[in-house]
Design a protein around this ligand. Sequence first.
Ligand SMILES: NC(=O)c1ccc[n+]([C@@H]2O[C@H](COP(=O)([O-])OP(=O)(O)OC[C@H]3O[C@@H](n4cnc5c(N)ncnc54)[C@H](OP(=O)(O)O)[C@@H]3O)[C@@H](O)[C@H]2O)c1
Length: 343
Amino acid sequence: MELAFKLAQINLYKTAENPSVGCVVTDFNNKILSTGFTSESGRPHAEKNALLRVPINERKRIFITLEPCSHYGKTPPCVKNIKEKKVNEVYFSYYDKNPIVYKKGFNFLKKNKIRTSIEKTNFKDFYDKYNFALQHQTPYVSAKLAITKNLNTSVPDKKYFTNIKSLKFSHLLRYFNDSILIGKNTFLKDFPKLNCRIEGLNNFSPKIFVINKNLDFYLKHLSLYSKKIYIIHSCENFTKVKKLKKYFNLIKLKSRNKIICPNDILKCIFKLGLKRLLIEGGVKTLEIFQKQNLVNKFYFIKSQKNIKKSHQSAKFLINSAFNKNLNKYRVDINLDDNELFIN
Ligand SMILES: NC(=O)c1ccc[n+]([C@@H]2O[C@H](COP(=O)([O-])OP(=O)(O)OC[C@H]3O[C@@H](n4cnc5c(N)ncnc54)[C@H](OP(=O)(O)O)[C@@H]3O)[C@@H](O)[C@H]2O)c1
């Protein structure tokens, strides 16, 4: 099973909306007959990849990190494949919390008299974000904020106050997440690209979401961003909406007291099949999500520089991350260390 989890790690974060699964097929002397893991973009599933090569007539066991699926989706059910390949014993580590799979794969195998049991492992949090998303029907939310020594978050006239280590780490975070969200001011001031610029991982950039209630833009935005980005708005100006529809995916949500309910935003992102959201700021956007306890994990990237002229303080966010016992989910990255320090 440990090997199955190692295999699942190979395509972790590359399997689109599907979880990354690993599996190992052995004979009854524990000799490995075949292995497999979820393909990039989510299919074929791990079981299908592993069972392609196994001899039908040999007695065999399969070890899978997650409960095998039992429904007809874009591919036929894995439990059917397991049955057809005459697997005698099935071990898996976690039930799949996806309601269309949960316990159904297990029940199918039992009904078909294939010995099936749960195998405990040390990989306890492997599917935590996936499970969280399915349980809450919202993505698991991480937030990243770079802060100066005196807790400011933006610098006049200067784009970056952090260093290359922090930038690289931000790109890695973008790869870990399948969606990214920013507020209107960051969009208007910074024109951020928000993609993952790590060689080899460029194709795994997150889907981009911008909260922009009244659909405010500069002409430059229209040429800089492709139709792929999503703008969340509550604009009633039909002409404006019609024009911008040509350039962006527009998602209209209701606003109350000038705020679009952050939970509605999360639900909407989840419905697009996305399960891990990174909020990259700015402070105002993060505060709106944090006030409603919607941030699961904070990454504060600390610079040792003091920046005087700035109105953007992260004091509230940091205090509330402490006060709400987010401590155990807080990750501080100190830019003065030689190595990134993540606890
Ligand atoms: N240090 C860092 O890591 C970091 C990261 C990102 C950005 N920044 C810097 O931060 C500055 C911008 O930050 P900011 O705090 O001023 O603004 P921001 O968070 O980028 O945008 C805030 C605006 O977005 C809209 N918005 C956000 N959530 C909303 C919701 N739920 N419903 C409706 N509207 C919502 C509101 O716009 P309206 O109400 O006006 O429509 C709000 O005023 C920039 O200078 C940028 O460079 C720093």
